[in-house]
Design a protein around this ligand. Structure first.
Ligand code: ZN
Length: 307
């Protein structure tokens, strides 16, 4: 074992200040276009869905409109379903899976549920293929009152009027090799802590809520996704990324305490998907299809159980 290399920014044991954060920011490079890859695709949905702008992310002279897609036949008596992608901008299949769900499968649920889809919550990070926003904040630890992340605050505001009316919320994520090669070490350096790797699981898994885990619901999603891509096995300790595996491909987190997007509604059925795009056994198409399968399985399960 060699000692892990020190993260190139900051002093070990000391949390970053503004100088370290601007050094970090200066190293972030724009690698893809939110306008071309996300907004252009949402524009095409306007023919069949209601598209609304729910916020505007501003960093320096950059502007990113935040768009949400809604069922056109919205009816107040129907249960609501929230699908969120790109809370972590680098997790590509979260964004493209949400868009693919709307394009290919949303029509199947017309007249049965009201759909609200926010496909790319953190667009600056989408373009940089990064986990944090430009303020070196993880939006997916920031879903709380007085959020320090404008991305999280905007989604909370969008959801607020409907918060009690959601039956389902699926938050689409990925676990990637860069979580341990870059983002984990960067987080530890930012907070002046030591980085502790857990290993990256090879396969798909879901994260339920410690406070209301809904194991049958999670299992139904795993069963549907297993037809598309392989499910992550538990490691030698019976864990996935440091959490106890409670069912095939299922772990639970304290969503609300951690300020995770999965706690943004009071939906009875909520889950966070984790696709593994770096697997030699998974293509980008499979990753997107796995996200779509997870969303459909979640809605199907909830509808079968009744609101
Ligand atoms: Zn994520």
């Amino acid at each position: 074992m060699t000692a892990p290399a020190q993260y190139p920014i900051g002093t070990p044991g000391k949390a970053w200040g503004s100088v370290e954060k601007s050094t970090w920011l200066s190293r972030q490079i724009r690698l893809r276009s939110y306008a071309d890859e996300v907004l252009a695709r949402i524009e095409l949905l306007r023919a069949r869905f209601d598209v609304t702008q729910y916020g505007l992310i501003e960093y320096g002279d950059e502007r990113f409109p935040l768009l949400a897609v809604r069922s056109r036949d919205w009816r107040d008596e129907l249960p609501c379903v929230l699908v969120t992608g790109g809370v972590h901008g680098y997790e590509t299949s979260g964004v493209h899976g949400a868009l693919q769900f709307v394009e290919q499968r949303a029509a199947d649920y017309a007249g049965r549920v009201n759909l609200l889809v926010a496909p790319c919550i953190s667009p600056w990070a989408y373009e940089r293929i990064h986990r944090w926003n430009a303020d070196a904040i993880d939006p997916n630890r920031s879903f709380r009152e007085g959020s320090p992340a404008q991305e999280s605050a905007a989604l909370m505001q969008l959801v607020a009027p409907l918060r009690d009316r959601f039956l389902v919320h699926v938050d689409l994520h990925e676990t990637t090799d860069t979580d341990e090669s870059e983002f984990g070490p960067a987080l530890a350096a930012r907070d002046g802590k030591e980085f502790e790797p857990h290993g990256i699981p090879d396969g798909f898994y879901v994260v339920g809520d410690d406070e209301d885990p809904q194991p049958e619901f999670q299992q139904a999603i795993i069963a549907a996704v297993a037809k598309v891509t392989h499910i992550a096995p538990a490691d030698a300790k019976g864990e996935i990324i440091g959490s106890k595996v409670v069912g095939n491909g299922i772990i639970n987190y304290a969503l609300r305490n951690l300020g995770l997007c999965g706690s943004v509604t009071k939906a009875r059925y909520r889950t966070t998907t984790e696709v593994y795009p770096d697997s030699p056994r998974a293509t980008p198409e499979q990753c997107n299809a796995a996200q779509v399968a997870a969303v459909c399985a979640a809605i199907d399960f909830a509808l079968a159980r009744g609101g």
